[in-house]
Design a protein around this ligand. Structure first.
Ligand code: HXC
Length: 259
């Protein structure tokens, strides 16, 4: 199966698959078409008996710089709510097989949220994480307020979400967001090595172990995700969202009016 915005490669002997986000000209911004392809590919691999573990990666410069701002900028709150495009991301959360993220460069906004949907995170020395949505007049909309807070704690998540500050790989490691850091030449091979190791374990035990660890998130996570997503859509009713996204496209500083 070939896709337009992602590349899927299997390493059959080791029972792993690598999925690469592939819109390098826009730092792998996650548009609807890419996400549809990604979810279809991941669900296919999840059902494939010849694959035991999946690696999700981008390129050296960017894992993903967020949801595609240009695609979203003209949307209304009602349009966002009715299309509910980020609800589909829950399908990634529902994958039974472990997903190892191999992250280099930018992992911002929806890119950081996608990383946090993975089970293990290997970063290169150049990785940069952040939830900069506040700078374009919105908030994280695919789990960032919930998963970042669970991963690094309330006060730290609050600072990053309210300021939009990026953190480098060292800080991400210190905060417990990622598993380890490798030089750029080795982050992907390390992720593959780890995936091969996991793929060599008994698959049923791996599946139940993943499900059990994720159980920690159940219960109020669903309520939190719904609440966050609706608020994200609601912000499309504000002038500041329109201004933030337009200013990004026009490469200028936004002027906030508080409306
Ligand atoms: C659309 C994007 C993009 C994005 C980058 N590009 N990020 N296009 N959506 N999220 C495009 C740029 O417009 C530019 O296109 C090209 O990619 C290269 O980006 P530059 O800005 O020129 O690169 P650089 O100067 O190196 O700056 C990198 C950057 C910056 C710091 C990552 O691009 C940036 O701030 N991007 C936006 C990050 C962000 O706000 N993410 C959150 C999005 S909202 P051209 O055509 O000019 O060459 C979000 C909501 C999540 O994710 C909701 C649930 C999923």
């Amino acid at each position: 199966m070939t896709y337009k915005n992602i590349i899927v490669r299997r390493e059959a002997a080791d029972k792993i698959a690598v999925v690469q986000l592939n819109r390098p000209e826009v730092l792998n911004a996650l548009n609807l078409e890419l996400m549809t392809e990604l979810i279809e590919a991941l669900e296919g691999l999840d059902k494939d008996a010849e694959v035991n573990c999946i690696v999700l990666t981008g390129n050296e410069k960017a894992f993903a710089a967020g949801a595609d701002i240009k695609e979203m900028s003209g949307e209304s709150a009602v349009g966002m709510l009715m299309r509910d495009q980020f609800e589909k991301w829950n399908k990634i959360r529902a994958l039974k097989k472990p997903v190892v993220a191999a992250v280099s460069g930018f992992a911002l906004g929806g890119g950081c949220e996608l990383v946090m949907l993975c089970d293990i995170i290997i970063a290169s020395e150049t990785a940069k994480f952040g939830q900069p949505e506040i700078n374009i007049g919105v908030i994280p909309g695919a789990g960032g307020t919930q998963r970042l807070t669970r991963a690094i704690g309330k006060v730290r998540a609050m600072e990053l979400i309210l300021t939009g500050r990026f953190i480098d790989a060292e800080e991400a490691l210190r905060l417990g967001l990622i598993n380890r850091i490798l030089p750029v030449e080795f982050y992907l091979s390390e992720a593959l090595k780890l995936a091969k190791d996991i793929a060599s374990k008994p698959p049923v035990a791996v599946r139940l172990a993943k499900e059990s660890v994720l159980k920690v998130y159940d219960g109020s996570l669903d309520d939190g995700l719904d609440f966050e997503r609706k608020n994200f859509y609601l912000l499309f009713a504000t002038d500041d969202m329109r201004e933030g996204m337009t200013a990004f496209t026009e490469k200028r500083k936004p002027v906030w009016t508080g409306r």
